[in-house]
Design a protein around this ligand. Structure first.
Ligand SMILES: [Zn+2]
Length: 125
């Protein structure tokens, strides 16, 4: 499965169309906060909600994050670093007033979309 840079991976595209169907408008592949070096998959600037779609492999999902047997140590360390970075960046965004929503690529996109919509609605003034 080749991910087109602009269109995103299939789980991202499905999630976006489901959110769109719920009547919400958003930005795609944006830095939520200029000073923080992280690009979110979906950004709601007015309510300050940032969404990350985490791939099961790279973010170490417990159900599907199978590790290759060759160079297992290397990959485990790399995935651990990704997870630590996810946490750290989430921290920074929270401190800057953002609500971070993480969705696993294995999650049903309709469910993820509802979770995101609830978050966005709750942040509306
Ligand atoms: Zn998974």
């Amino acid at each position: 499965m080749k991910a087109n840079r602009k269109a995103g991976t299939r789980p991202e595209r499905e999630l976006r169309s489901d959110i769109h169907r719920l009547g919400l408008r958003f930005r795609v592949n944006r830095r939520p906060e200029a000073a923080i070096k992280v690009v979110a998959d979906i950004v709601f600037p007015s309510t300050k909600v940032a969404v990350f779609v985490d791939g099961c492999y790279w973010h170490g999902c417990e159900d599907h994050g199978t590790r290759p047997r060759t160079n297992a140590e290397y990959w485990t360390a790399k995935i651990e670093r990704n997870r630590a970075r996810d946490l750290f960046q989430g921290e920074l965004l929270s401190r800057a007033g953002w609500t971070v929503v993480r969705v696993w690529e294995h999650e049903a996109s309709a469910e993820g979309a509802k979770r995101i919509a609830r978050t966005v609605m709750s942040r509306r003034p």
